[in-house]
Design a protein around this ligand. Structure first.
Ligand SMILES: NC(=O)c1ccc[n+]([C@@H]2O[C@H](COP(=O)([O-])OP(=O)(O)OC[C@H]3O[C@@H](n4cnc5c(N)ncnc54)[C@H](O)[C@@H]3O)[C@@H](O)[C@H]2O)c1
Length: 266
């Protein structure tokens, strides 16, 4: 050992984080910024994105907030240009934006199914295509896709979510194969049960009723019992794995899935 320095493991990196105003996305933004990355916090709820970016700036980091509906391919191109202009070529993309409607197969409407696929899958595809040219200019990149237990063992509830998250495995491998020659890696990270508004609240992109929310002790305990390590995950548990996957410590990891689920997927 020659010296001990502060880690700053993402110094000089520029990250676009979709769903960056949400629970897991904002934890990624904060942790990445702490490690030295400049962050574009992208969300269709601009006020949440602005709040996250301001916090980072107030703590001495670099960040911008942009309004982005990931379903809009042309909006993606604008976000990439703005990020390059203000922060530099993009080296990390986190595709977090997601939606779910927790209803059984025959109850899920066509619109609900399409929305889940549009936000989670098409949005990630558009994002990857928009960002890769910038990563090539930077000479390297890491694309991190959000998976789920539904990418491992999708059950009967919400066919759209099952299809979207399983498809994310294919999208990850396809991108990993396609862009390895450009020194761009692609990894899918699958959380278990994370205590966030996605499964607790009643947002437009992820509505919950008493039947589904983890405010309901029955639902909370079912998820807890299914988690061998004995607690639900925090947004930081997931963000730390994204951070690891973004660093050179993960330089030989591509096309793989990292699970962060307390053993729930076993
Ligand atoms: N919470 C969990 O238990 C859990 C488990 C596994 C996977 N996930 C996945 O994690 C991701 C983030 O979830 P979270 O728990 O942080 O929830 P969250 O609701 O806090 O965050 C989701 C964010 O995505 C944004 N978003 C929704 N639609 C969008 C769109 N069209 N364009 C841009 N942004 C959009 C929302 O505004 C929100 O900020 C989702 O993909 C979800 O499927 C969550």
């Amino acid at each position: 050992m020659t010296s001990i320095k502060p880690t700053r493991r993402l110094e000089g990196k520029v990250a676009i984080i979709t769903g960056g105003g949400g629970a897991i996305g904002s934890a990624q933004a904060q942790i990445f910024a702490r490690e030295g990355a400049a962050i574009c916090v992208a969300d269709n709820r601009i006020q949440s994105a602005k709040k996250v970016a301001s916090e980072i700036i107030s703590l001495g980091g670099r960040a911008i907030a942009v309004e982005l509906d990931v379903r809009e391919s042309s909006a993606w191109r604008q976000v990439v240009s703005k990020t390059e202009r203000e922060l530099g070529p993009i080296t990390i993309l986190c595709n977090n934006a997601g939606a779910n409607f927790r209803v059984e197969f025959e109850q899920q409407t066509d619109d609900q199914f399409e929305l889940i696929m549009d936000v989670g899958l098409n949005g990630a595809f558009f994002g990857i295509k928009a960002v890769v040219p910038s990563m090539r200019r930077a000479g390297a990149g890491v694309i991190l896709n959000m998976g789920s237990l539904a990418a491992i063992r999708p059950g009967g509830g919400s066919p759209g979510y099952a299809a979207q998250k399983m498809a994310m495995v294919g999208l990850t491998r396809s991108a990993a194969q396609s862009f390895a020659k450009d020194n761009i890696r692609c990894v899918i990270i699958s959380p278990g049960h994370v205590d966030t508004p996605f499964i607790r609240g009643n947002n437009e992109h992820s509505p919950n009723s008493w039947e589904t929310t983890i405010d309901n002790p029955e639902n909370f305990n079912r998820r807890l019992v299914n988690t061998p390590l004995g607690r639900l995950q925090s947004p930081e548990d997931i963000a730390n794995a994204f951070m690891f996957a973004a660093t050179d410590d993960a330089a030989m990891i591509t096309g793989s899935m990292i699970t962060v689920d307390g053993g729930a997927g076993m």
